[in-house]
Design a protein around this ligand. Structure first.
Ligand SMILES: [Zn+2]
Ligand SMILES: [Zn+2]
Length: 421
């Protein structure tokens, strides 16, 4: 059956709307947030170091991201974006930080938020990997401190004021907040701005080297709220305890518990085998999950099945699952679950309507520079709300899955109240 494509331009952002773009870089995570007042926040920008250091000709992820932001971002007077309010590095791995300098050189950030510059010893001593990418990253932060003093800030876990709307006129968008709920193994308690140090030097000192928490477990996590809409993202946090042998390694569960119910969640650690455990989905209870996939191992099969709620026998909550860039190998490995996915490739944009009561999810074509929405089934994609398969025709074709989903009502606050009540 021939696929029919309907090219619909992606509607531009307007004031009051919250856009969360999960950009498919092909080599790591990258999220661009455009707040209701035009505040710009970039969380991570990975880069493939072999591309970065290769001869001219290869397009660098940071430059592609700049192009993307200039195309889809706008300030509140509808002017082009020429700078960023925040750059956030969730943790220091190349698929999260190695493209940040390229972005900042063209769109300089007013604040760069990092987990523990310069020595990464407080509040827990997890040294950076002794590798060139980490040296490059630190060199960039050093330069920022020299040329733009005060730009680099250390994450303040529990705070909902470190990252805020910078263009809002007093009193505008009072229901918007972006709270840091984890970082450096410290987790928000859910009470005011208080947090507890979950991973500590004492824990580390008591265990052998090979089961000490690593860089991934120091990832920052955020809870973003706008009206009734709630959204979770948590870098490369993991839960794997080696079948219960090393329980302190599960940092993911307390963080998901601190977040509580959300409407949309990003899969931790690209949906890799050591993340997105049973309690991750139980606590977050999201209606949609986004997997920042870029490697053959993203996502793990069990993780994908769990995120989809796709167990035999029914009785499980069905969700919408989107991935940014599943590879051909990953598609083969995960073949039995692809039919239940909303999309396996594309830039995934969560667009929250003014006030936050409803949201839509757009999948933008990564091959097409115009970034149009390709709607393969204009009459009925909203049937996804009932958990029906989104794939019409051959699921082997990435393009056949690209489209527009929603609008959906933001229901997480209601779920949260029911759970707590
Ligand atoms: Zn990663
Ligand atoms: Zn990582």
């Amino acid at each position: 059956m021939a696929q029919q494509y309907f090219h619909t331009p992606f509607p531009p952002w307007t004031t009051g709307t919250l856009d969360i773009h999960h950009i498919d870089t092909g080599c790591g995570s990258c999220t661009f947030i455009l707040g209701p007042d035009g505040t710009t926040i970039l969380i991570d920008c990975g880069e493939d170091d072999s591309v970065k250091h290769s001869a001219a000709g290869a397009t660098r992820a940071g430059h592609r991201v700049v192009h993307y932001i200039k195309r889809h971002g706008a300030n509140r007077t509808n002017g082009a974006i020429s700078a960023l309010d925040y750059i956030i590095a969730t943790h220091v791995h190349p698929d999260h930080v190695s493209g940040l300098r390229d972005v900042d050189e063209i769109l300089p950030a007013a604040k760069v938020i990092d987990r523990g510059y310069p020595d990464y010893k407080e509040p827990v001593n997890v040294p950076l990997l002794p590798l060139p990418f980490a040296k490059d990253y630190i060199a960039w932060l050093d330069e920022l401190q020299q040329t733009r003093p005060g730009t680099v800030e250390t994450i303040d876990v529990g705070s909902d004021s470190q990252i805020r709307l910078t263009n809002a006129v007093r009193g505008e968008y009072p229901t918007f907040s972006m709270r840091t709920i984890a970082g450096n193994g410290c987790v928000w308690t859910g009470v005011e701005t208080k947090s507890v140090q979950y991973l500590s030097d004492e824990t580390y000192d008591a265990v052998e080297d090979h089961v000490r928490p690593d860089e991934n477990k120091c990832s920052m996590a955020f809870l973003l709220s706008y009206g009734n809409f709630r959204y979770y993202t948590g870098g490369d946090l993991t839960f794997d305890t080696h079948d219960g042998r090393h329980p302190w390694l599960d940092i993911e569960t307390p963080v998901a518990q601190a977040a509580g119910c959300v409407d949309v969640a990003v899969a931790n650690h690209h949906g890799y085998f050591d993340a997105c455990g049973p309690l991750f989905v139980e606590h977050l209870d999201a209606d949609a999950y986004i997997i920042p996939a870029w490697h053959d191992t993203h996502p793990g099969m069990a993780q994908l099945q769990r995120l989809l709620g796709d167990w035999p026998g029914g009785g499980h909550k069905k969700t919408k699952v989107f991935a940014t860039g599943m590879t051909a190998t990953s598609n083969r490995i995960n073949e039995r679950f692809l039919r239940g996915m909303a999309s396996t490739r594309g830039h995934i944009v969560v667009r929250v309507d003014p006030g936050g009561d409803s949201y839509r999810i757009f999948v933008l074509d990564v091959e097409n520079d115009d970034q149009d929405v390709l709607d393969t089934n204009p009459s009925g994609l909203s049937d996804l709300a009932g958990g029906e398969a989104a794939c019409h025709g051959s699921c082997n074709s990435h393009d056949s899955l690209i489209g527009q989903y929603g609008p959906y009502l933001s229901k997480s606050k209601q779920r949260l109240a029911e759970k707590e009540g």
